[in-house]
Design a protein around this ligand. Structure first.
Ligand SMILES: [Zn+2]
Length: 323
């Protein structure tokens, strides 16, 4: 992982060589780029803040150089900086980006360029989130999103040992991680979250293929496999960290969540208290919390708490849920 000291070393002493080089004349670049892409990437321009929807795009996938298609960033490292420019906290590899001292516009900054084709991308600052502390402040027009089919959804529904085991049963779900979200600070520990005082909740991050299972199907399964009418936790697990949550990444997902709650509400006497909140960050839990049920289904908690929920899932959705 690169940190500010590494960035300074590269800017002062020279950058690591790129895996390959792409070089073209200015006229050749101009011929394949839009005028705005050309102005920013080849003439060190800066796009207007908030001019791109890419700032609010947090779907999984990679980001490539708009000029030469070299992959530069993973969407996992993207965060909402509130600056109006898409921001990342780490490049894909230590040698994908080159760093140069930039004394332009009365400031002393570190310019970032594509190490393959020298496209101007933006600047890097040392006020990013931990652990790297870096903020790559990028021009959206210098990047292009490389489509991936996988999508992510984040839910809270009580103890993550349970919700993780439930969603692992579903066809179309590629991966489920247990972790924390919704709290006041980054990278909380289980002990901190368990205090119930940090604002974090135990959540799961589900990676799924939308052709096989839709966000709407995930919502209904989520709402019908825990009790969404209890404010602070499920039967065996009490506390604000066990509250019922649906995180949305787009306005469309927010609407789908509200609609799903209204639909499930019809069959419940008690009021659903599930919070529908914008997704910000997911912090994976400690390794011993991952795959808790699958690692040893014979454990007492698995047998007494999780197994009945899996049976309920099968009763609701059949032996192969979602199929
Ligand atoms: Zn490039």
């Amino acid at each position: 992982m690169l940190k500010w000291i590494d960035v300074l070393k590269f800017a002062n002493n020279g950058n690591p060589p790129a895996d390959q080089r792409v070089e073209k004349t200015e006229a050749a670049w101009e011929a394949i780029l839009t005028p705005e892409q050309f102005r920013v990437t080849r003439q060190h321009g800066t796009e207007r803040a908030y001019s791109s929807e890419m700032c609010q795009l947090f779907e999984p996938g990679k980001y490539a150089c708009v000029c030469c298609d070299t992959l530069l960033f993973d969407g996992e490292e993207k965060f909402d900086s509130g600056t109006g420019w898409p921001s990342f906290t780490q490049p894909l590899l230590p040698n994908t980006i080159a760093y140069h001292k930039d004394r332009g516009q009365g400031m002393y900054r570190i310019e970032t360029v594509c190490n393959t084709c020298d496209a101007h991308l933006g600047h890097v600052f040392q006020d990013g989130p931990p652990p790297s502390g870096l903020r790559y402040c990028m021009n959206a027009v210098a990047l292009k999103k490389v489509a991936t089919k996988e999508r992510r959804a984040t839910f809270g529904g009580g103890c993550f040992w349970c919700t993780e085991a439930l969603f692992q049963q579903l066809r179309g779900v590629m991966d489920v991680k247990s972790g924390y979200s919704g709290g006041a600070f980054a990278n909380p520990t289980y002990r901190e979250v368990a205090s119930g005082l940090t604002g974090h909740a135990e959540v799961i991050e589900v990676t799924y293929l939308p052709e096989e299972i839709t966000f709407e199907e995930l919502l209904v399964i989520h709402l019908t496999t825990h009790n969404p009418t209890i404010l602070r936790g499920q039967r065996a697990d009490k506390g604000t960290q066990y509250r019922s949550l649906i995180f949305y990444r787009t306005p469309a997902e927010q609407q789908m969540a509200i609609a799903a709650i209204a639909e499930v509400q019809k069959s419940l006497d008690e009021m659903i208290v599930t919070e529908v909140v914008p997704f910000a960050q997911f912090y994976p839990a400690e390794a011993y919390h991952q795959n808790y049920y699958a690692a040893d289904p014979e454990k007492a908690y698995c047998q007494n708490v999780i197994e009945p929920k899996l049976q309920q899932l099968r009763a609701l959705y059949g032996p192969r849920p979602n199929h």
